[in-house]
Design a protein around this ligand. Structure first.
Ligand SMILES: Nc1ncnc2c1ncn2[C@@H]1O[C@H](COP(=O)(O)OP(=O)(O)OP(=O)(O)O)[C@@H](O)[C@H]1O
Ligand SMILES: Nc1ncnc2c1ncn2[C@@H]1O[C@H](COP(=O)(O)OP(=O)(O)OP(=O)(O)O)[C@@H](O)[C@H]1O
Length: 509
């Protein structure tokens, strides 16, 4: 347990929190965070990291009618004795999904709104906004519509809004999960430059380690099981960290090679416009049986749009998409869904029942399958959702929601599975377990197509990568070939995978 010092900013003393009485999620935590420190809060998906962040800034337990025991202090004062909104200002949180934080349409208005909330005199606002935009390097975005910004730009605006509150401490809750590889790196570098007291929650640790002072590890039962300097923890406690789903770099596994079959899906001369804006154009490619294909590219390149077109949620302005030689527009809805599974970017858009187990059973019932009970049990077990079977899908953690949305989509005999960021929000262990399940479907005959920002995943699992850039399909080839194309990686805001970056470091480049 860390000991309180004059620099202590946050202190937890035997702190427990539960959403349901007598089922503590955070379990008897005693910890400190000192002024100026950069700390990583790590733990398996569902271990309570986001919950702890919300307890620290005083939003919980009130906002969710949770139960807490023990004490949480900010600068020696119990978090419960702060005025409403006061702690919120001291501890600024940037969430995974900045959209949920915005109230206004334009960047400048959003920032002015933040200042209004803390009663900043109107005449001071313009300068404060200029300063924060410059600090973050987004002066050019001042007059833009927020909805027209890329994921990375939105994340920086969210950070600007938080910084205007002049917080003493920042909490970043998976702030880079939606960012393309280069935007992610730029965001990490920006946080390093800000040099504030920061608590980082992220499943991808590698980029943060260079300037992280400490790491706190939450176990699956919500206890603080390890704390210390990250590299020291790795040296001394590698196995314990792995048991909690934490790795500092991607773990490569031996994977069987799967030969492709015949063509199943063909996209020809496709164009898609929104109003007058061309989002995608001149798109031609085919997908074959048992292929494992990644769709990659910078924020806003049109990757999700492409998946929505493939799954018929959007209609091309021009060109065609055929499944087994028949236009997808000719299929009955149920028939198309039998052949094609689709997991959205926001899993909650997909949930339609009140419990995790009903959600998994739903598709099977619609298809009138047999042995549903046993299959539901098996899927819940494999996706680590067994203990949450009666929970409302909307109450799950980010990572759990994503696993549930994947579980609901899997059934045998599908020709093609489309995923938008399948491993988003997963710790290393659940991520690799999830991919093994997907890989086994590929071996049984399903083609897998997924959108991702994770180059290690592309490197390890994919046979082929499609790069979208400037409205077009800029590359269609093997990941190996892509990762040697420096100019394209740069232009499409991608990066080499960890394996290749490591190799470069070893030879001193
Ligand atoms: N409002 C809520 N009501 C009931 N249970 C909740 C609520 N919010 C979260 N939980 C449960 O609390 C647990 C921890 O969730 P939390 O979001 O804190 O985890 P996390 O460690 O941040 O996970 P991830 O890495 O997947 O984002 C989960 O099992 C989740 O189902
Ligand atoms: N509902 C919408 N209305 C207007 N424009 C949209 C809408 N959805 C997407 N766009 C625009 O279409 C373009 C492609 O968006 P898309 O979400 O497909 O990109 P992406 O490559 O998946 O990005 P990211 O990596 O950030 O998820 C972007 O310029 C985006 O702003």
């Amino acid at each position: 347990m860390s000991v309180k010092s004059p620099n202590t900013l946050v202190q937890a003393v035997n702190y427990s929190f539960s959403y349901e009485q007598d089922h503590p999620l955070l379990n008897n935590l005693s910890l400190t965070i000192s002024e100026g420190e950069t700390t990583i809060l790590a733990g398996a998906s569902g271990s309570g990291k986001s919950t702890l962040a919300l307890c620290l800034n005083g939003l919980y337990p009130e906002a969710v009618e949770g139960y807490s025991t023990g004490e949480l202090f900010f600068r020696d004062k119990s978090v419960t004795s702060f005025e409403k909104g006061e702690l919120n200002q001291q501890i600024g949180i940037v969430f995974q999904d900045p959209e949920s934080q915005f109230c206004m349409l334009k960047v400048e208005d959003e920032l002015a709104f933040t200042l209004e909330n803390i009663e900043t005199p109107r005449e001071e606002m313009a300068d404060l906004i200029s300063d924060v935009l410059e600090k973050i390097g987004i002066t050019k975005l001042r007059h833009r519509d927020i909805h027209s910004l890329s994921g990375g730009q939105k994340q920086k605006v969210a950070l600007a809004a938080v910084l205007l509150l002049k917080p003493t401490m920042l909490i970043l809750d998976e702030p880079t999960a939606n960012l393309d590889p280069q935007s992610r790196l730029e965001f990490v570098e920006l946080i390093e430059r800000l040099s504030m007291t920061t608590l980082i929650i992220d499943h991808q640790l590698e980029d943060w380690l260079r300037f992280t002072d400490r790491m706190l590890v939450l176990s699956r039962s919500g206890e603080l099981v390890l704390e210390g300097k990250p590299m020291e923890l790795l040296r001394k406690h590698k196995n314990e960290l792995e048991a909690e789903g934490i790795t500092f770099s991607p773990v490569y596994e031996e994977l069987p090679h799967v030969d492709h079959g015949s063509e199943i899906l063909r996209v020809q001369n496709l164009q898609f416009k929104r109003k007058k804006n061309v989002i995608l154009t001149n798109i031609d490619f085919s997908i074959h049986e048992k292929e494992f294909v990644a769709i990659v590219g910078g924020n806003g390149a049109g990757k999700s749009t492409m998946l929505q077109l493939l799954s018929r949620l959007l209609k091309p302005t021009r060109g065609s998409i055929e499944l087994h030689g028949t236009a997808i527009t000719s299929f009955q809805e149920l028939e198309l869904r039998e052949k094609m599974g689709f997991v959205f970017q926001n899993p909650e858009h997909q949930f339609i029942t009140d419990s995790v187990e009903e959600e998994v059973a739903f598709g099977m019932e619609v298809r009138d399958e047999s042995g549903i009970g046993a299959r539901v049990d098996d899927l819940l077990q494999r996706f680590h959702l067994k203990n949450h079977r009666r929970a409302n899908p909307f109450s799950l953690s980010g990572g759990q929601k994503r696993r549930l949305s994947v579980a609901t989509m899997l059934h045998e005999g599908q020709d093609i599975l489309l995923f938008d960021e399948p491993t988003f929000g997963q710790d290393a262990r659940t991520s690799s377990e999830l991919l093994k399940i997907v890989k086994s479907l590929q071996e049984q005959g399903t083609a897998i197509v997924f959108v991702t920002h994770d180059m290690d995943l592309v490197d390890q699992y994919c046979d082929r990568a499609l790069v979208f850039h400037e409205q077009e399909l800029a590359f269609d080839g093997s990941p190996e070939e892509l990762f040697h194309n420096e100019a394209l990686l740069q232009a499409a805001r991608l990066r080499k995978p960890y394996r290749m970056r490591q190799a470069l470091e070893v030879v001193g480049q």
